[in-house]
Ligand binder design. Sequence first.
Ligand code: ZN
Ligand code: ZN
Length: 280
Amino acid sequence: MALTHYACEHCGGWILWFDTREPVACPNCTDVRNALPEEDFTYLRIQDAPARYSTQWREVLPGLWDFWTEPQLGLGSHGWLIQREKGNIAFEAAPFYSEDARKQLERLGGVKILGASHPHGYGALWQLQEFFDPELIIHREDLQHTKAFRVNHVIDDHYVIDGDYEMLRLGGHYEGQTALYAAKHRILFLGDALKIDFDGQGNTVALSCHKGYHYSIPLSRGELEHYREVFRRFDFQHVCTPFELGRGVDQQLALALVNYLMENGIHTRAVPMKELQAYV
Ligand SMILES: [Zn+2]
Ligand SMILES: [Zn+2]
């Protein structure tokens, strides 16, 4: 029986399933860290995606490209592409890559190494794998969520790509949540270890962190302590989540949130910048 790819229209996660019938349920949405759709599951077949979604891109910092879809599909993940002489690195993925986006990725040099922080960043990782057949890196604890693509490099808690790119497990939100540090850009790709709230001008106004966002499930103390160890290790100036670039969300601010929560009790509510400044 033939298989095809379906995207859950609620979260945007892709599911490899039988061509003749839709998936029973979306494994992302039935997980305790996510919300269920209000009515029922609805799915987008890959062959119907080009008519409904376009893929957009822009260079957000020199050599760092952002890919996303219009309109938003599911949670609206963003895929990052880092141009690199030894072969480009893609981290996280947009929910859908159009034919134009594939050509743009080719013009930028394709994808040699592909990874994601955790399932909310997987997007259409499987399409990037079909286009470029990259080394596809996932932490061993998150392998259970990767049915829509084929992982060919399973990593433990620490993996050095080269002197400029290093991966380190954060855990917490997802057991295998793993950060990528890009020393050249001084960016920490940290999954959903931080949630950033912006004002209308794109300025950061608050930070928070959670194990599960929709049900306001907080991290345990040990998980937050582990975030602190990872944040201390890298001298970052910006962060990238699977949803946005947090310009100026640096190591000091990230550590300030952890310290604030350690002292005031661990919760999932947004902590305004002016309160965080006292902990920098
Ligand atoms: Zn879903
Ligand atoms: Zn997440």
